[in-house]
Unconditional design. Structure first.
Length: 103
């Protein structure tokens, strides 16, 4: 009978790498940002972020076109489980996608 060795350190290393790769981005100055349950202005607001906050961007997806502090875009940033904000209010340093597309 053989026993396969499971390398738990490899899994831990991948989790650590993913955690350190996650960046936080500034929300536009002076903005209290609506967080919605989906990628568009037609989705309900689930909370409002305070001024001066930074947000993680786990993935991005197309949605309602919005004009905001950083221009006009249809890109929406997923900042948590069921939480989306328009990329027009997040300083990612790019007019395009900076994270994987949401599944």
């Amino acid at each position: 009978m053989s026993v396969d060795h499971v390398d738990e350190t490899a899994g831990e290393a991948l989790r650590t790498q993913a955690a350190t790769a996650l960046r936080y981005y500034d929300v536009a100055p002076g903005v209290r940002l609506n967080v919605r349950s989906g990628p568009g202005t037609g989705y309900p607001i689930v909370k409002i972020l305070p001024e001066g906050i930074k947000v993680p961007v786990y993935c991005q997806t197309p949605g309602t076109r919005v004009s905001g502090y950083y221009g006009t875009t249809s890109i929406w940033d997923n900042i948590g489980n069921g939480e989306f904000v328009s990329d027009a209010y997040v300083h990612t340093g790019s007019d395009g996608y900076i994270a994987p597309r949401c599944a």
